[in-house]
Design a protein around this ligand. Structure first.
Ligand code: AVI
Length: 343
């Protein structure tokens, strides 16, 4: 998850380093492979000044956004997290049977690393590699892994893998140990279909020739179930959506007033995706750095897509991305799928 809690543009720029910059911490090393962030900020600003305003959903995850997202995951309407967890615990032994022993476990968007722990203890991974854009998340995940599994090698890679992922060299340090990429939570759904396809191709390239991808994918279902999941009764998703305006205010020195925007989440059945927006509740002018723009009452800012797949459709996508074969496990209602794909 992206974390920008200390995120003024200047602070961000100063912590962005060229690679390789291994940093030895207590029992693990962290490599930074983050590109210059100034282009990203320009893109964010351009998105807000565009006639159809948009904010990339990666900006949701400052410290408050991460806490709100964790709270979303416990809401009764947000079935994704618990359904995936049930599939994992029900089929773990069967899935493990298809995973290489002594693997390098690559935790993509590791967050706190908690979802990886039962897998690592069950499979006896040789190495844990935490990949995330937030160095704080990597440190947190690695500290816990080192304490829990002192015999396992632990390392971290700070990078925005949605833009580029190149860890061949790190994986190649242990050629006898096949990599397993772990990408749970249906996070791939937050990318547009072409971007998701490109990401899967990149994953496969890094995994070739013997690795595999274990990925959680949310499936198409009744629109009412989907819309409730993205608009819970407690208003946590609404707060999560509005919080992104505070992130933008800090990053771009803008003056959005989150109270003047309303949360909206709709399922578009043709595109098979939830679309989240923030709708201006008044006519207003907002300063965005040295510029400003007007939002009419009812005008919206697009903040997130969450694509839903069918089992067949995602299987085809994996094949098209170059994965040789895959297996899938779902819950009894067919709401969520866990795919294991071999490079
Ligand atoms: C992180 N991602 C998979 C979540 C989703 O379901 O698309 C983000 C989220 N947005 C609103 N609720 C949860």
């Amino acid at each position: 998850m992206l974390q920008e809690s200390d995120g003024t543009a200047a602070q961000r720029a100063s912590r962005e380093m060229a690679w390789p910059t291994p940093v030895a911490r207590g029992g693990y090393r962290v490599l930074s492979r983050i590109a210059d962030g100034s282009e990203e900020l320009l893109r964010l600003k351009d998105g807000l000044l565009a006639s159809k305003a948009r904010i990339d959903s990666k900006y949701f995850y400052d410290a408050t956004g991460c806490a709100l997202f964790n709270a979303i995951c416990t809401q009764p309407e947000y079935y994704l997290t618990r359904t995936e967890a049930r599939i994992f615990s029900r089929y773990r032994a069967e899935i493990l049977w298809h995973l290489p022993m002594g693997a390098q476990w690559v935790d993509l968007g590791c967050g706190d690393g908690l979802k990886s722990q039962p897998w690592i203890s069950a499979m006896g991974a040789r190495r844990y590699l935490a990949v995330d854009i937030a160095p704080e998340a990597i440190d947190n995940a690695l500290r816990q892994m080192v304490a829990l599994f002192p015999a396992m090698e632990c390392a971290g890679v700070v990078c925005d893998f949605s833009q580029s992922l190149s860890i061949y060299d790190i994986l190649g340090e242990q050629p006898e140990s096949a990599p397993v990429m772990f990408y749970p939570g249906s996070s791939l759904g937050n990318f547009t279909p072409p971007h998701a396809f490109a990401l899967l191709k990149t994953f496969r390239k890094n995994l070739a020739p013997h690795g595999c991808l274990l990925i959680g994918v949310d499936l198409v279902k009744d629109a009412r179930v989907l819309e409730a999941a993205y608009d819970d009764a407690q208003g946590i998703t609404a707060a999560f959506n509005r919080n992104v305006l505070g992130v933008v205010n800090r990053l771009l020195d803008a003056d959005f007033d989150p109270k003047k925007f309303q949360h909206d989440a709709r399922f578009d059945p043709r595109a098979a995706r939830i679309e989240m927006r923030l709708i201006s509740t008044v006519d207003q002018r907002v300063r965005i750095g040295a510029e400003s723009r007007r939002f009419d009452k009812g005008e919206s800012i697009h903040t997130e897509y969450s694509h839903k797949y069918t089992v067949e459709g995602f299987g085809r996508l994996l094949l098209k991305a170059g994965f040789a074969r895959h297996r899938v496990w779902t819950d009894p209602a067919g709401w969520f799928g866990v795919f294991l794909a071999s490079a």
